[in-house]
Design a protein around this ligand. Structure first.
Ligand code: ASP
Ligand code: MG
Length: 407
């Protein structure tokens, strides 16, 4: 008998029929003798609908009130799931974040969890009840409703598992695990049996949308045993997120390929090569709350240098405007933006102990005539920026080059 936290995403609870399915699955685990805490998202599309509704009233919705509105999606699903369980004869009780209580800071729309009170949940579990908790939401010290950022139910699930010291946190979604890459791009993509936390973190931050990145950070920090599974399959082990130290298995050099179509590149040409330039360029960008990803500065020649970086596509126009505002002050010759780019990354802890990974990547792209515009690396990943039209080709040839299509 184990204490299991299960989290079901929006598609898994997207209709009354699907909610009943979730209830059946929960009831099955319960019948096996496990203690269950179930975290749910809003029904699919619901959070988007609520945000759109708010924007019809206020173009830039007041953050406190926006959280009041968008937290309601999850309140609906906890009640419905609890009813569905009662229909099956299983005792269950629903809780909003505030009722639990999931205490957060007061950063509305992207609050961080500070602590979780497990008294109510423990008391219910002790009398054999299934506990159902609204994901994505909490309450601050003043009693204001907060939300944890889009996809935040994953983080709710992992945080509850950490607080309860659960034996396992199961994230049920519409895919049956973590894949070597997106199967819609590469049909040969394989489901991974295991992936390390670090790899998962990289994959999540590089654009793989399986788990909210903060949930992975949380699981890594609190040693939560995390598994991703499909809510549409009866059987299946999904993908287990492991700690590298725990496995002495030989790991593949590259475990996965992530990509991101959401970035745009900015070039700042002909800036004086002197101290303070990076700060003069990126300071105003940061002040405008624009997230900068890859940054490249060339070695200067004749006293000037070029500077490039990437930002979210949505922020391209704004970034160019910000830079045009400081162009004279920085002394740049030219500022331009390109949103027809994408980022392709290979990820694997095995890179630490293998040489030649980068050259395999670059050779593979060269053989297809794909020009690399920018490169960045970390210990366990290599990312390149290439022309957007090559995204699918690049991912496909790299997937093959690193043997990811083979078991
Ligand atoms: N319902 C929220 C969202 O759509 C939280 C979640 O699904 O994880 O972002
Ligand atoms: Mg989600």
């Amino acid at each position: 008998m184990a204490l299991i936290v299960q989290k079901y995403g929006g598609t898994s609870v997207g209709s009354p029929e699907r909610i009943k399915n979730v209830a059946r699955r929960v009831a099955k685990f319960k019948a096996q003798g496990h203690d269950l805490v179930v975290v749910v998202s809003a029904m699919s599309g619901e959070t988007n609908r609520l945000i759109a509704l708010a924007k019809e009233i206020q173009a830039n919705p007041d953050p406190r009130e926006l959280d009041v509105v968008i937290s309601t999606g999850e309140q609906v699903t906890i009640g419905l799931l609890s009813m569905a369980l009662k229909e099956l004869g299983v005792d269950a009780r629903s809780y909003t974040g505030a009722q639990v209580k999931v205490l957060t800071d007061s950063t509305f729309t992207k609050a961080r969890i500070q602590s979780i009170d497990d008294d109510n949940m423990r008391a219910d579990l002790a009398v054999g009840r299934v506990v159902i908790v609204a994901g994505f939401q909490g309450v601050d010290a003043e009693g204001n409703i907060t939300t944890l950022g889009r996809g935040g139910s994953d983080t709710s699930g992992v945080a509850l598992a950490a607080a309860l010291k659960a034996d396992e946190c199961q994230i049920y979604t519409d895919v049956d695990g973590v894949y070597t890459t997106d199967p819609r791009v590469v049909p040969e993509a394989r489901k991974l049996k295991t992936i390390t936390f670090e790899e998962m973190l990289e994959m999540a931050s590089l654009g793989s949308k399986v788990l909210q990145i903060r949930s992975v950070e949380f699981a890594g920090k609190y040693n939560v045993k995390l598994r991703v599974l499909s809510s549409f399959q009866e059987e299946g082990e999904g993908t287990l997120i492991t700690f590298e130290e725990d496995s002495n298995m030989e790991k593949p050099v590259v475990s996965g390929i992530a990509f991101n179509r959401d970035e745009a590149r900015i070039n700042v040409i002909g800036v004086p090569d002197k101290p303070g330039i990076a700060y003069q360029i990126l300071g105003p960008v940061a002040d405008a709350n624009i997230d900068v990803d890859m940054i490249i500065q060339n070695v200067g020649q004749d006293g000037t240098t070029d500077f490039s970086f990437t930002v979210p596509k949505n922020d391209l126009t704004r970034t160019v405007k910000v830079l045009e505002g400081v162009q004279a002050h920085v002394g740049a010759l030219n500022i331009s933006g390109d949103d027809k780019i994408c980022k392709v990354s290979i990820v694997g802890v095995g890179m630490r102990s293998h040489v030649g990974v980068a050259s395999t990547m670059f050779r593979t792209l060269a053989e297809e005539g794909i020009n690399i515009q920018m490169i960045s690396t970390s210990e366990i990943k290599i990312s390149v920026i290439v022309d957007e039209k090559y995204l699918e080709l690049a991912v496909r040839v790299l997937h093959k080059a690193f043997g990811l299509d083979r078991e």
